[in-house]
Write a protein that binds this ligand. Structure first.
Ligand code: FES
Length: 220
């Protein structure tokens, strides 16, 4: 065998070794020196790439979470209290507006009960007697009473407690509500007993010729 043949064989062996052992990032040098054999292993390129990707991903998730809920745990209690106060304030405001709307509606409604309606003939209701009539329309009733010491008076028959119809009791000189035993004075409509707190609405009367008219209902 010639010197040139030995050179070729050596070159082929070197190429085989290079194919079976590809160079790493350190330019083909082993990153772990032989003297550090007992030291922890250095991460491979794949491990480092995966670690970097996980770090970036974790930052992205945290950033997204902070955008959706930009409060730290320590501020969580504060946020809850603030939301509760906000809810209470808005609820109170809504209740206030609803009450104001009801008050305005009630005021408008009371002014619309002014209506002239014939309800009886003069002398039709005897002393101590009464007559139920529709006022201001067929959906509501009033009671016309001829009191021995006062003459004709009229009231809405709707109890001011929970809207039951009251009954006239001539012997007692009062209106009686059978639902919860509310009682009203027949000559004034004022409360005499039971749960009602407001008097019966009064219906003002007018006489023209031989006819008695209901003119207006007065809330009290
Ligand atoms: S509804 Fe008349 S007393 Fe209650």
């Amino acid at each position: 065998m010639t010197g040139s043949g030995n050179g070729n064989q050596a070159r082929n062996r070197a190429m085989d070794h290079q194919r079976d052992n590809p160079p790493d990032d350190a330019g083909g040098q082993d990153p772990t020196p032989a003297s550090d054999a007992g030291a922890p292993k250095v991460a491979s390129r794949q491990q480092r790439t995966y670690a970097s990707w996980r770090l970036v991903r974790r930052r992205q998730v945290r950033q997204q979470w902070q955008e959706e809920f930009p409060y730290h745990w320590s501020a969580d209690d504060l946020v809850t209290r603030r939301d509760t106060v906000r809810f209470l304030v808005s609820g109170t405001g809504a209740l206030f507006l609803a009450s104001a709307a009801l008050a305005i509606t009630g005021a408008i409604r009371s002014s619309t009960t002014q209506k002239v309606v014939p309800i009886a003939k003069v002398g039709e209701v005897p002393f101590g007697g009464y007559k139920v009539f529709n006022y201001p329309d067929s959906f509501a009733d009033g009671i016309l009473v001829n009191l021995p010491n006062k003459g004709l008076v009229a009231y809405s028959d709707v109890c001011t407690h929970l809207s039951c119809a009251v009954l006239y009791r001539p012997t007692e000189g009062e209106f009686f509500c059978p639902c919860h035993e509310g009682r009203f004075d027949a000559s004034t409509g004022e409360v005499l007993g039971g749960p009602p707190t407001r008097p019966l609405p009064q219906i003002q009367l007018s006489i023209s010729g031989d006819t008695v008219y209901a003119v207006r209902e007065v809330e009290r």
